[in-house]
Design a protein around this ligand. Structure first.
Ligand code: TMP
Length: 197
């Protein structure tokens, strides 16, 4: 199983992915908890540029950096783990590029989808969980120490949030939305329920 966790910054997905990883391990499953951008090695270096470079970055260049990281991640980490029968839990993947660079930055969404398919070699998540929360709550969770992406502003994050909800509408079989303004325990229960199914 390949399961991705998505949502705008401050949606709480990273807390939830760690909890479900512990839960699945406690049930005897072999899991790999990983993330995009930058799981390890070259990906870490791409992440550093994407989140901390303080000069001009064009939206197209930003997209290609996320996609380059994804290609490396799929080929060197995700696919080998899936082939071994490991459950791969991935913190962000293709839907983030559609939501952030497509809906957020305004690049052509169909083009982004094609580039995503190229970067993944056609691999698709079996299940994607989108953690949805209002912008005020997510921005408060992010706090004041913002990285390059987190500094993009409220209007940008409104579009990103709408983007994720649109993706869920388009692919209801794969993409499930959880209201992430509930308590950590209640959200965890919903994640367990979804993955159990
Ligand atoms: P993180 O904070 O969840 O680790 O994600 C890093 C940032 O990168 C976050 O602001 C979302 C952004 N991002 C994109 O803009 N496009 C992408 O394709 C991915 C994977 C992340």
């Amino acid at each position: 199983m390949f399961i991705t966790f998505e949502g705008a910054d401050g949606c709480g997905k990273t807390t939830q992915i760690k909890l479900i990883d512990e839960y699945l391990r406690s049930k005897g499953y072999k899991t790999l908890l990983t993330r995009e951008p930058g799981s390890k090695g070259l990906g870490e270096k791409i992440r550093e540029i994407l989140l901390n470079y303080d000069g001009e970055v064009s939206s197209r260049c930003e997209s290609f950096l996320f996609l380059a990281d994804r290609a490396q991640h799929v080929d060197c980490i995700i696919k080998p783990a899936l082939q071994e029968g490991t459950i791969v839990l991935c913190d962000r993947h293709t839907d983030s590029t559609v939501a952030y660079q497509g809906y957020g930055r305004g690049l052509d969404i169909e083009e982004i989808k094609k580039l995503n398919a190229l970067a993944t070699g056609g691999l698709k998540p079996d299940l994607t969980i989108v953690f949805d929360v209002d912008i005020e709550t997510s921005q408060a969770r992010v706090g004041k120490n913002k990285d390059r992406m987190e500094s993009a502003g409220i209007e940008f994050f409104k579009k990103v949030r709408e983007g994720f909800l649109e993706i869920a509408k388009e692919e209801p079989q794969r993409v499930k939305v959880i209201n992430s303004s509930d308590t950590i325990e209640n959200i965890h229960k919903k994640v367990v329920e979804l993955i159990g199914k």
